[in-house]
Write a protein that binds this ligand. Structure first.
Ligand code: 5RP
Length: 233
């Protein structure tokens, strides 16, 4: 599938998800090339008056700037502590609606939004679907810079090949929280819950990109139309 077709699928999924937003709601804005289509659509509806009085909370500095450039007012958790609807993309999605996220490096704030929302809508194109997590994507793990080597060797001992993420300028990628990202190739992750627990209990690891039981809706753009799957949580 070429990039144009893929973009069409992402956009269709994003527009479908934005249809669930009502005026006055608090809305989590995701990060990435799919989430941008949702931001674009929200901006358009605020602009033409179809939607009013939204309280939008961005999941990254990149998304914040993007939203502001489209005249979407953005807020933080000082304004609302509960988000009505969160709309975000994902790198990989399994049959149960568990995700790998963090391709854009925003996993920590994205997870905070996901765990503080009433309805979490994940928007993807069909290439993101997998039987098992880890088939297509390495697991991003956010770590404190001062001990990244120690965390890398802990994760290697769990069975992964670990690479420190670098940016386009070949420098170490730094997250919005000034941390580093380790991209960890575990191969197929047969027990995502257990792996997530092993990573959560380790000082120096700030967050991992496994999103377990955080999804309410998966909206998948497919060539034949939208597939909307609701997950019981
Ligand atoms: C950023 C993310 C993104 O949601 C994920 O990488 C998907 O991005 P895209 O929509 O560009 O494929 O987790 O941290």
């Amino acid at each position: 599938m070429n990039q144009d077709n893929l973009s069409e699928l992402k956009k269709a999924a994003a527009v479908f998800a934005v249809n669930f937003i009502r005026s006055g709601m608090s809305v989590g804005l995701g990060t990435g090339s799919t989430a941008i289509y949702a931001i674009e659509e929200i901006a358009q509806r605020l602009n033409d008056g179809t939607l009013t009085d939204l309280v939008c909370i961005p999941s990254s500095e990149e998304t914040k700037l993007n939203a502001l450039s489209r005249n979407i007012p953005v807020y933080g958790f000082d304004r609302v502590t509960r988000i009505d609807i969160n709309i975000d993309g994902a790198d990989e999605v399994d049959n149960e609606g568990n995700l790998i996220k963090g391709g854009g490096g925003a996993l920590l704030r994205e997870k905070v939004l996901a765990q503080n929302c009433g309805r979490n809508i994940v928007i993807i194109d069909e290439t993101k679907l997998s039987e098992n997590l880890g088939e297509k994507w390495h697991l991003p793990v956010e770590v404190l810079p001062f001990c990244w080597q120690a965390e890398a060797s802990y994760i290697e001992a769990l069975g992964a090949k670990v690479v420190l993420r670098i940016n386009e300028d070949k420098e170490t990628f730094v997250t919005d929280q000034q941390n580093f990202i380790l991209d960890c190739n575990f191969g197929i992750i047969s027990n995502p819950e257990e792996l997530s627990r092993m990573l959560e209990h380790r000082a120096g690891i700030v967050e991992n990109g496994l999103f377990i039981n955080t999804t309410n809706d998966i909206v998948t753009g497919k060539p034949g139309g939208i597939d909307h799957k609701q997950i019981k949580r």
